[in-house]
Design a protein around this ligand. Structure first.
Ligand SMILES: Nc1ncnc2c1ncn2[C@@H]1O[C@H](COP(=O)(O)OP(=O)(O)OP(=O)(O)O)[C@@H](O)[C@H]1O
Ligand SMILES: [Mg+2]
Length: 369
């Protein structure tokens, strides 16, 4: 009998039931927690294109830390990041103090809101540092550590990053039990972390989430379909796995829609038609959730640059793109920079450009025709 519930989950962020190819990075993180203060895994950067599983990684890390009785603060970078961190650090501190048996504790100062001055940009580094230190001191009484995770770090203000880096550096110097993970689009490293003031964070362990090998996708599909009571052939598995190109979001979409196609027929045997229908649905969802939003807000010229790029099957030199566009190298360089800034394309080690998200090339070819 097949299960009632589709075992694939193409939704953002939460831990997917099927988590493939991330064993090493999870292990590195856990080692960081289990080894003492100053272990390399305690300051981590996670980068990768849209839909590669950065938020999922943070969710998993949070769970692993909680399982070790660590306290976890999960934030997303946007205006007021440090202020929110300070509030969370203090709110939890009072909650913890109330729980502990300390009869002499006076509640007089508890819950008092922060003064404006303390939260002014100038005072923020000091305010955050103090809030972190106080929190860590009270956690230490319970032999617990603190994990802070920041998602969408590429959107962080430089001043917030400076305050966070300074505060963390202090806690580490004081040998406190703290870990921090920043996740964001690849450019965050060059935009934020190469900054002089944040030099300290350059020591962080950087993990780039890349595509998952198709073999691993296939193996994971096989176990997942079987475990849910759906029969699928080796050839169908191969077709499905190959179509994902190892892109994590597409893995969930493909699995979900193929499973759903059979479920719709009330069958527990995948047919070839289920596979082709499922793949078509998956591509449609990918267009809507990734390709169209990526292109949204770009100018016609930006798009011309991308279409010229899409004529190649892989990375291409900007000079070549310029030639295809019939424009000067200077002209093309302007659009190259704009597209890099918008995270639509990325620069390869050889200085060529490639699409930041797989499938964008295919989408452009399909829609240009
Ligand atoms: N290792 C993995 N194995 C299988 N599926 C995964 C894996 N990592 C992520 N996914 C799936 O991919 C999708 C995207 O994951 P997630 O939202 O974490 O990506 P992201 O990198 O944070 O994207 P964005 O940059 O848009 O925020 C989700 O549906 C998730 O379930
Ligand atoms: Mg995310």
């Amino acid at each position: 009998m097949r299960s009632k519930e589709n075992p694939f989950k193409p939704t953002a962020g939460g831990e997917p039931p099927l988590l493939i190819g991330r064993k090493r990075i999870i292990r590195d993180f856990e080692k960081g927690l289990d080894n003492s203060v100053g272990a390399p895994g305690r300051i981590m950067l996670i980068t990768g294109a849209r839909g590669t599983g950065k938020t999922v990684m943070l969710t998993v890390f949070g769970d692993r830390a909680r399982a070790r009785k660590w306290d976890v603060i999960e934030e997303t970078a946007s205006e007021g990041l440090c202020e929110r961190l300070v509030n969370e650090l203090r709110a939890r501190d009072t909650a913890l103090d109330r729980l502990s048996i300390r009869p002499s504790l006076s509640f007089a100062g508890v819950g008092v809101s922060l003064g404006e001055a303390e939260l002014s940009p100038k005072r923020m580094p000091e305010t955050l540092r103090k809030a972190m230190a106080e929190r860590l001191v009270s956690l230490e009484k319970h032999h617990a550590g603190l994990l802070i995770s920041i998602d969408e770090t590429q959107a962080a203000d430089r001043s917030d990053m400076i305050a966070i880096a300074t505060a963390i550096q202090h806690q580490i110097r004081e040998r406190r039990n703290i870990a921090i993970v920043f996740a964001g689009l690849p450019q965050m490293v060059s935009d934020l972390f190469n900054d002089e003031v944040i030099a300290f964070l350059r020591r962080a362990k950087t993990n780039v989430l890349t595509d998952i090998p198709v073999d691993e996708v296939r193996a994971a599909f096989e176990t997942t379909f079987e475990a849910s009571g759906m029969a699928i052939t080796g050839e169908q598995l191969q077709t499905a796995a190959r179509a994902t190109e190892g892109y994590p979001y597409m893995i969930q979409l493909v699995g979900y829609h193929i499973w759903d196609a059979a479920d719709l027929r009330d069958s527990d045997v995948i047919s070839d038609r289920d596979v082709s229908d499922g793949l078509a649905e998956a591509r449609k969802d990918l267009d809507n959730a990734v390709c169209i939003p990526e292109l949204h807000g770009l100018s016609r010229r930006d798009r011309e640059y991308l279409e010229a790029m899409a004529q190649s099957d892989g990375p291409v030199a900007t000079a070549e793109v310029a030639e295809r566009m019939g424009k000067s190298a200077n002209y093309a360089a302007t659009y190259r920079k704009r597209l890099l800034d918008a995270y639509v394309i990325r620069e390869t080690e050889r200085g060529e450009v490639d699409f930041a998200v797989p499938f964008l090339r295919e989408y452009l070819r399909r829609t240009a025709a």
